[in-house]
Design a protein around this ligand. Structure first.
Ligand code: PGA
Length: 257
């Protein structure tokens, strides 16, 4: 990716309610002059609390907010779901799409992720598409095939390629499923290799715009390994789960960027 600082994104998953979200920013430290782009994805129900906490700590201009999932319809009888416009009205600028837990716990398909990315772009928000192979796929030598299939299902859609081609922002996160929440991290070399595969496909499909898509690594990133991972080739930032729940640890990852 050309220019800009590293992206440090925290995915809280189903952790930290409104009250804890309100308190979180008081423990967050963002070094003056840090070029890092910081994003937090709290549970949707905690977004307003986190937003208020960031305002109180004077950090709202430094931390972007997002939601962990949306539904692709605009409104209606979809119990339990959140639409893109609702997420936007609550202060979200980014949306995670196709996180491995959405795919593997909730059965979200590649086609669902494509519909969601299209809805996010239509609503003017920034999608963060997550891709990654599971352990069986890695051991069978299928990493490339799996992550390219997940990416291509999205890029195959002209409704998605058109806005991306004309400058809409888009982020990609490579998150090997076997590294998520397991304490096992991909080596910087493995991360670079997967990112290079994704990068060349982005460029093939989007031309020079494909070079501007930040590709984040996710999977057991912590304050001790974040610096090394972020200095690996083609790693434009990190998507942090467990280690983003503690403001001190998350601040150390921001520092490493
Ligand atoms: P982890 O999760 O850092 O807890 O492994 C990463 C993710 O799922 O985004």
């Amino acid at each position: 990716m050309s220019g800009g600082g590293k992206v440090v994104a925290g995915n809280w998953k189903m952790n930290l309610g409104p009250r804890e979200a309100l308190d979180f920013p008081s423990g967050l430290r963002v070094p003056d002059g840090s070029a890092a782009e910081i994003l937090l994805f709290p549970p949707a129900i905690s977004l307003a609390g986190l937003r208020e906490g960031l305002e109180r700590s004077g950090l709202s201009h430094r931390v972007g907010l997002g939601v962990q999932n949306v539904y692709f319809e605009e409104a209606g009888a979809y119990t339990g779901e959140t639409s893109v416009s609702m997420a936007a009205a609550a202060g979200a600028g980014h949306v995670l799409v196709g996180h491995s837990e959405r795919r593997h716990v909730f059965g979200e398909t590649d086609a669902d992720t494509a519909r969601k990315v299209a809805a996010v772009l239509r609503g003017g928000l920034i999608p963060v598409l997550c891709v990654g192979e599971n352990l069986d796929e890695r051991e069978a030598g299928r990493v490339e095939e799996v992550i390219l299939r997940q990416l291509e299902t999205v890029l195959a859609s002209e409704t998605i390629r058109a806005p991306l081609g004309s400058g809409a922002r888009f982020l990609l996160a490579y998150e090997p499923v076997w590294a998520i929440g397991t304490g096992k991290t991909a080596t910087p070399e493995d991360a670079s290799a997967a990112h290079a595969v994704l990068r060349s496909h982005l460029v093939e499909r989007l031309g020079d715009r494909g070079r501007e898509v930040p590709i984040l690594y996710g999977g057991s990133v912590n304050p001790d390994n974040a610096g090394e991972l972020m200095s690996a080739d083609e790693v434009d930032g990190v998507l942090v789960g467990g280690a983003s729940l503690d403001p001190d640890g998350f601040s150390r990852i921001i520092h490493a960027a």
